[in-house]
Design a binder for this molecule. Structure first.
Ligand code: NAI
Length: 708
């Protein structure tokens, strides 16, 4: 079976994992820590061994193997690189999302490489680490793809500067597997023998944990949080109880090379190790900066030459963002040829603060302008992480006096402007699988304001824009929220009460906007009012309503009148995340109560599965397939079934086949969990719950050919 090249670029995850200090300690014990390194094992002063970061997201790695459709019998962990962005807290929830970035072909007899990348965020909102994995798929080469670029790494021609000897316990894998990697190869002697080993082997990632402890001990002892990068190749297997040595060469302050060798044979088991760490100064800087920061991020703020936009741009820059200060420089009503000076001035202010910024003078009101603004960010700073759609004008008139030009101009800047800039920005953000978008709504749109139908329509239009964009962006880790500010600016100086001017400074709005732009913000699709230090959420809510009439005949207006109190009531009002959810609630309200209790689900049985297997067969996926699956299901409801697939036809029979292509052995409960979608096939296989005899590659066709 060939690798699935379509998997490249498709999102994998989010995969989540909650952990407590006990998981951290269990991992530490699994990779050999003990009384000598009590900080890794004692909850009162706990520090996390940085390599925990890959053990904690082991499920993601399994998903990569699954998505690539690699031949499970040939998968080995090839290379691993972890980039650390923030220290790992001792408990919390990790959310990991990533993608397969490349699939390389080393040749028919040499195998293939599946390369994946994933970012992991902590429930505190911080990005903790990025993992780059390479799976070496020994049996999947020769599909005509490109080979991976060659990389060289030479160890210095001198004895290592440090050497750390270690020996794992003969039972080490039994302890290490409790951290999540329960592949049978590391526990089941029969499985290990069938895979060509004398007995269960060490997990490569367990030896990796020993190596991580060793480099920390010799290079930045007691300060695991200083690690910046940890990279290596897994080159040979090791049996538990065999002594090994981690050899370390310090290349310069902050960089060292390492490898781990089998102390008995001299074979290199972990090769091409690179470790980088932060200096104390850099560490201090990182801990001082704390809180909400935008270092390494790029923000675009439209209409940032004055008022609120200027304040957002300054605050973002103060907290480390590189900023594109966009402003057309027109008059309050959008008229005039435009002037570079407002944007230039703000850029000067940012530079005077020691920040980085570039001016842009394009108008948001055309698609070309929007494109040019985003291009400016990418060309100058290489990316875009944050977009604040803030540019705005006013052309107030009552509807009776409003000319088409006044209507059009206001919608062009506010509503079209958001479309024009957000679309090209979104395309870039999707590539980086990260983005924060702000749209600027207004109390005038949310609640109404005399003389502003054009402005109110645009501002409420932006809420609709956000409601849908939040759904389209969520799988790319792009969050979009709306701010309804209140502040004295050129736009509002003659509209807001004079006596409140001092309190009405844009600076009071900025904290809410910066929070919504931060990595820490989990909110997606919400509206916030902000001004004078007061912040509140506004929302569209829907009452529980009333079903009027019989449900078959159209109700009369009189019936509506009779039920108006209940229809109008907002008691028990709810927010809906999408139109589908709202429709679901409507249908639910219309379903007569008596019909509601669902018929008790029929209990799934093994026999029932095989009775229905021809219905679950996907004939369109079976072109050219000629295979006999033999199932041996143990347990009281189990038995033997053989399923033949040939010429696009599937047949199932009770009993055994004389020459099955592949035989699947499972317990009744595990088999039903697998069919019911509660057990993942890869996990079942790696944990020994699903055993395969005969052609392992063909056994993987089952997932493709049947959909229950
Ligand atoms: P402001 O007039 O001080 O700033 C708006 C900026 O947008 C100006 O510098 C202007 O040159 C720029 N701009 C206008 N058209 C542009 C275009 N086509 N392309 C690029 N830049 C353009 O106004 P303020 O108050 O700072 O407004 C910012 C946003 O906040 C606006 O969207 C406004 O509608 C909204 N808002 C403000 C409220 C307030 O109390 N100040 C209340 C509710 C909403």
């Amino acid at each position: 079976m060939a690798l699935n090249l379509q998997a490249i670029g498709k999102k994998i995850g989010p995969v989540t994992r909650e952990y407590t200090w006990k998981d951290v300690v269990l991992y530490a014990l699994g990779v050999g820590a003990g009384f000598d390194e009590l900080d890794y094992c004692y909850e009162n002063r706990l520090k996390v061994i940085p390599s925990f970061s890959i053990a904690a997201i082991f499920e993601f790695l399994a998903e990569v193997g699954l998505s690539s459709e690699a031949n499970l019998a040939g998968i080995l962990h090839g290379e691993q690189e972890i980039i650390f962005h923030n220290p790992i807290p001792v408990e919390g929830k990790l959310t990991t999302e990533g993608t397969i970035t490349h699939i390389y072909d080393k040749g028919a007899d040499k195998g293939a490489l599946v390369v994946a990348e994933a970012d992991t965020y902590h429930s505190n909102g911080q990005k903790l680490f990025t993992n780059n994995f390479t799976l070496f798929c020994r049996r999947d080469g020769g599909f005509g793809g490109q080979d991976a670029p060659k990389e060289t790494l030479e160890f210095p021609d001198r004895p290592p500067d440090f050497e750390e000897e270690g020996v794992s316990s003969p039972d080490q894998p039994l302890l290490y597997r409790m951290s999540g990697d329960i592949f049978a190869l590391h526990v089941d002697p029969d499985f290990a023998r069938a895979s060509g080993f004398d007995k269960p082997i060490m997990h490569g990632l367990c030896t990796h944990g020993y190596a991580c402890r060793a480099v920390i001990k010799h290079l930045f002892p007691g300060e695991p949080e200083r690690i910046k990068r940890f990279r290596n190749r897994f080159s040979k297997t090791l049996y538990p109880g065999i002594p090994f040595k981690t050899q370390i060469w310090k290349i310069e302050e902050g960089t060292a090379l390492f490898r781990t060798i089998n102390a008995e044979t001299g074979e290199v088991v972990i090769d091409r190790g690179i470790v980088e760490w932060l200096s104390r100064d850099e560490m201090e800087k990182r801990s001082r900066r704390g809180g909400i920061r935008f270092d390494e991020q790029v923000a675009v703020v439209t209409g940032a030459g004055a008022g609120l936009g200027r304040t957002y741009a300054l605050e973002l820059a103060r907290r480390g963002a590189r900023v594109v200060v966009n402003d057309l420089g027109g008059a309050r009503d959008g008229s005039g040829g435009g002037s570079a000076s407002p944007a230039d001035k703000v850029v000067e202010e940012i530079r005077a603060l020691g920040g980085e910024a570039v001016a842009n003078y394009d108008s948001v009101s055309t698609p070309e302008g929007g494109e040019a603004i985003v291009n400016q960010a990418v060309e100058t700073f290489g990316r875009i992480d944050i977009l604040i759609n803030n540019a705005g004008i006013l052309r107030d008139k009552t509807l009776a006096k409003m000319e088409p030009a006044q209507w059009d101009a206001v919608l062009a800047v506010h509503l079209d402007g958001a479309y024009n800039v957000t679309r090209p920005a979104l395309l870039r953000m999707r590539e980086n699988r990260y983005g924060r978008v702000i749209v600027t709504t207004s109390a005038a749109g949310l609640y109404g304001n005399f003389g502003q139908t054009n402005y109110s329509a645009a501002k409420m239009g932006l809420v609709g824009f956000m409601n849908t964009l939040k759904l389209e962006g969520e799988k790319h880790n792009i969050k979009v929220n709306a701010i309804a500010p209140v502040a004295t600016t050129r736009l509002t100086e003659d509209l807001l009460p004079q006596d409140l001017q001092a309190k009405l400074q844009p600076e009071f709005v900025a904290p809410m906007v910066l929070y919504l732009c931060s990595e820490q913000c989990p909110v997606n699709g919400a509206i916030y009012n902000a001004g004078m230090g007061y912040y509140s959420r506004a929302a569209v809510v829907t009452g529980s309503g009333a079903a009027i009439g019989s449900g078959t005949a159209v109700p009369t207006p009189e019936e509506v009148l009779a039920g108006i109190k209940q229809i109008t009531s907002l008691d028990d009002a709810k927010e809906f995340h999408s139109a589908t959810e709202a429709l679901g609630a409507m249908l639910d309200a219309l379903t007569p109560k008596a019909d509601k209790p669902a018929a008790p689900a029929k209990k799934l049985t093994v026999k029932g599965v095989f009775d229905r297997i021809t219905e679950a067969f996907l004939a369109d996926k079976a072109a050219g397939v000629d295979v006999v699956f033999q199932f041996q299901i143990s347990g009281p409801g189990g038995g033997d079934w053989c399923v033949t697939v040939k010429d696009g036809v599937c047949q199932s029979e009770v009993g055994t086949h004389a020459h099955p292509t592949t035989t699947i052995l499972m317990s009744e409960d595990d088999f039903l969990d697998l069919i019911g979608g509660k057990l993942n096939a890869m996990k079942a296989f790696t944990s020994g719950k699903l055993k395969v005899q005969g052609d392992l590659v063909k056994s993987q066709l089952i997932e493709k050919l049947f959909k229950f």
